[in-house]
Design a protein around this ligand. Structure first.
Ligand code: ADP
Ligand code: ZN
Length: 423
């Protein structure tokens, strides 16, 4: 679609979205009223900058259903992603929203060169996370065969890949690397498989990692991007040129702003990515600040697609960590530590990537009255803390108890994370 036609379509959809949100979501009505904006102020896509931003805190404050813009009887599915205090953020989809999301994923799969004849193994988790079911609907939309194995059980993943002749594999890039190593170590080896395409996303990864995955598995490895608030995976994906992530901008309108001044940056410059869901009615997101840092390239791609291309995610403006594909906020760890009388509220998270898998260690201090040389007692409180963290955020940490008063106390912002990974 030419740029002019795309802008006209985006303008039309934005007008429809804003009046829907204004009339049906008390949250947006309040927000627009406060900003002194009415739907009549929005005539074209350029007018989008008049609208107020939406942030993650808005989703938490309105937990669970306060932003919905349709009656709950029209919501067909709910998904959730972790929040900073253990309270998740919730997203609801109408039948139309689910269809648009499937369409977006289907476009990604098509851009990766996948067809009806492919067998696609989905090793993203199924459940409240958007990865599994999100990819699933896209695979069905292109008419390929879906293998809904979900995450974990690596030996079974490899066995089915070999038995079924899986041609494409979807997971986080770090899990894919682990699977690749297990394949190479097994008697099957990558020559024993029919894999040709990898569908990798949900966490940042480098070009080096791409080359390694491509060489080890003898595949082409494609990047897929998305976030729960905007739908889930498939907001954009690479094409065969692997030169940026095409964003399906008739569905998800991207802007780049300066995270300090909140003004749009000049074309091509780096800044914070902001999305408006142009075709989502259950829980529309208007100018949602993703916290992801990147840039947009509007030049036409050699593949012929005119959809704008997003550069790799360069980092985030908040302190969210992505460990083994799972979102982790240091404040979640703090909140959990405070639940335990035995622990001091000081900690240090150390992350590394060893053998291509993220390690996750938390150094903590036990209060002097609980500090003991009775090993079994320390083992028990370590275990309780690790299980509590696992149940709240979904991944298992190594807990290391250090001597009292050894974790640095700071009056300013304390350093709570050391990330050794080279991403
Ligand atoms: P998901 O289930 O896809 O991880 P979340 O909402 O839990 O969705 O997390 C979304 C965040 O994950 C994004 O804001 C971004 O920081 C990160 N992310 C998702 N896909 C990619 C990708 N392909 N490259 C880099 N970061 C990504
Ligand atoms: Zn392209």
């Amino acid at each position: 679609m030419s740029r002019d036609r795309m802008s006209a379509l985006q303008g039309e959809k934005l007008r429809r979205l804003v009046s829907h949100a204004y009339s049906n979501s008390p949250f947006y009505k309040r927000k627009f009223d406060q900003a002194g904006i009415t739907p009549n102020d929005i005539r074209s896509i350029e007018d989008i900058t008049k609208l107020p931003f939406t942030v993650k805190q808005d989703l938490r404050d309105n937990y669970p259903f306060g932003i919905m813009a349709v009656p709950m009887s029209d919501i067909l599915r709910l998904h959730a992603s972790s929040g900073t205090t253990g309270k998740p953020i919730v997203v609801g989809y109408t039948e139309h929203d689910l269809a648009c999301w499937a369409e977006a994923v289907a476009r990604c799969l098509t851009a990766f060169g996948l067809k009806k004849s492919d067998l696609i193994q989905i090793s993203y988790g199924y459940g409240m996370f958007t990865g599994g079911l999100g990819l699933h609907a896209g695979v069905q939309a292109i008419g390929a065969t879906v293998i809904p194995i979900s995450s974990g059980n690596t030996q079974k993943q490899i066995q089915l890949m070999s038995d079924f002749g899986t041609t494409a594999f979807a997971s986080t890039p770090s899990y894919a690397m682990y699977v690749a190593e297990q394949i190479l170590a097994s008697s099957i080896g990558s020559e024993g498989l029919k894999l040709r395409i990898g569908i990798f996303g949900a966490e940042p990864w480098t070009e080096n990692m791409r080359h390694e995955l491509e060489n080890k598995l003898n595949i082409k490895a494609y990047d897929i991007y998305g976030l729960t608030e905007i739908s889930g995976p498939g907001v954009g994906g690479e094409c065969e040129y692997q030169n940026g992530i095409h964003i399906w901008e008739d569905l998800f309108y991207p802007e780049i702003i300066d995270p300090v001044t909140l003004e749009p940056v000049p074309h091509g410059c780096k800044g914070e990515l902001v999305f408006t869901t142009l075709d989502k009615f259950g829980m529309p997101m208007i100018r949602y600040r993703t916290r992801d840092l990147t840039s947009l390239d509007y030049s036409i791609c050699p593949c012929g697609r005119t959809a704008v291309r997003m550069g790799k995610i360069l980092g985030r403006t908040d302190d969210m960590l992505i460990i083994r594909g799972v979102n982790v906020f240091p404040s979640q760890i703090e909140a959990i530590l405070l639940e335990f009388p035995e622990y001091e509220p000081y900690f240090l998270i150390e992350i590394d990537r060893i053998n291509n898998t993220d390690t996750f260690e938390i150094k903590v201090e036990v209060k002097p009255e609980f500090y003991t040389d009775r090993i079994n007692q320390l083992v028990r409180i370590k275990h309780d803390l690790a299980s509590r963290i696992q149940s709240v955020i979904g991944i298992h940490p190594e807990i290391r108890i250090v001597q009292p008063n050894t974790i640095e106390r700071s009056e300013n912002k304390s350093k709570r994370v050391i990330d050794h990974r080279k991403l």
